[in-house]
Write a protein that binds this ligand. Structure first.
Ligand code: KG4
Ligand code: ZN
Length: 341
């Protein structure tokens, strides 16, 4: 057995400041500071996010190291999110990671946030299994909706993706129409549990077999709500559970249809999900069912590794550390970065 590798991961791409320490592939700590401030604006305000990261980053990293019960001198490397994300937010994590790595004289490792959502499946946990290669990952978050074929840790191919809104946006924008606070995904999930998913019918979009489109659905929901509110101004209040259940059901149906197409196309039946929307209870249930229904083997991340977190950055950093793939101090944050970059 070699010396244990300790990686500090730092995530600051959007509105969560997070730090995590892992020992090899096991998580010792994973601290996430959510930014409450955005909920009253109905979405993330970049300027406020950047400022909140600056306030949170030191205490969050301190807590992560303390909870891991190590000292910063034990760290083998510092991994950070280089992109994609909001530039002002990314810059906070990037500059902090650089100075920490320089100060401790340890390697600096840049991580692609989209790869990290997928590679969170390689965190060793007693409750989840690790997918074998090749597998298909449906990455569903607030910024992205993709079907990716993973042949090796860093060998990925995008089979399909959204041509407009991300699925998380579809949840959040629908929630906004219903007057629910940001982020609306978890609220829709909560109310959907109490409603009838077949109460209302929304039209599914017509796009390529493996691509997604959610902007039409959002408009359809807006018109449907406006029309019914004109007839009965209490329509939302009286039907909230059924509306949420029906919206969620439509979205999950779209996701399942595309996954079925991806299995047909690739012949791969090892299916993983990742990203914030993979916290959704209906998609998790449907994937469990798909094991019996279609003979798939499904990989559903532990709840805390679905939405943005630094443990996924640390595990990706660890996998790069094993390959000696380090970043130079001249590395810069990138607001746009493809999953394959
Ligand atoms: O991965 P993530 O934390 O951030 C991005 O990289 O975008 O994803 C955030 C998204 C938001 O749109 C949020 O509404 C959605 O994930 N989300 C959910 C649930 N939990 C989070 N959507 C549906 N059901 C949930 N339970
Ligand atoms: Zn994310």
């Amino acid at each position: 057995m070699g010396k244990p590798v300790y990686i500090l991961g730092i995530e600051s791409s959007c509105d969560d400041t997070s730090a995590s320490v892992i020992c090899n592939a096991k998580v010792l700590s994973n601290i996430v500071a959510n930014q409450e401030i955005h909920s009253k604006y109905g979405g993330v305000v970049p300027e406020l996010a950047s400022r909140a990261h600056q306030q949170n980053i030191v205490p969050v990293i301190h807590q992560a190291i303390e909870k891991a019960n190590i000292s910063k001198e034990d760290l083998s490397a510092v991994a950070f999110t280089r992109g994609p994300g909001l530039m002002g937010s990314l810059l906070v994590g990037t500059s902090f990671a650089k100075s920490l790595a320089l100060g401790l004289q340890i390697p600096l490792i840049d991580v692609n946030h989209m790869q990290a959502h997928i590679l969170s499946h390689f965190i060793e946990e007693s409750s989840t299994k690790i997918p074998p290669f090749p597998f298909i990952c449906l990455t569903i978050s607030g910024g992205h909706t993709q079907i990716v074929k993973i042949t090796n840790h860093f060998e990925m191919e995008v089979l399909g993706e959204t041509i407009d809104d991300a699925v998380g946006e579809a949840f959040d924008k629908s929630a906004k129409i219903l007057g629910l606070p940001y982020p609306g995904g978890p609220m829709i999930d909560k109310y959907a549990k109490l409603g009838n998913p077949k109460a209302f019918k929304f039209t599914k979009p017509k796009v390529g077999d493996l691509d997604f489109s959610f902007s039409g659905l959002k408009t359809g929901i807006l018109y449907f709500i406006e029309k019914n509110q004109r007839i009965n101004s209490n329509f939302i209040k009286e039907n909230l559970h059924d509306i949420c259940a029906s919206i969620q059901h439509t979205i999950v149906e779209i996701l399942m249809d595309k996954l079925k197409n991806a299995v047909k196309y690739s012949g791969i039946k090892q299916i993983a999900i990742a990203g914030g929307v993979s916290a959704n209870s209906e998609i998790r249930n449907r994937l469990h069912l798909a094991e019996k229904q279609f003979g798939w083997t499904t990989y559903i991340p532990k709840f805390e590794y679905t939405t943005d977190n630094a443990a996924m950055i640390a595990i990706t950093g660890y996998l790069k550390y094993l390959k000696n793939e380090y970043a130079d101090v001249s590395v810069t944050a990138k607001a746009r970065l493809k999953v394959t970059q």
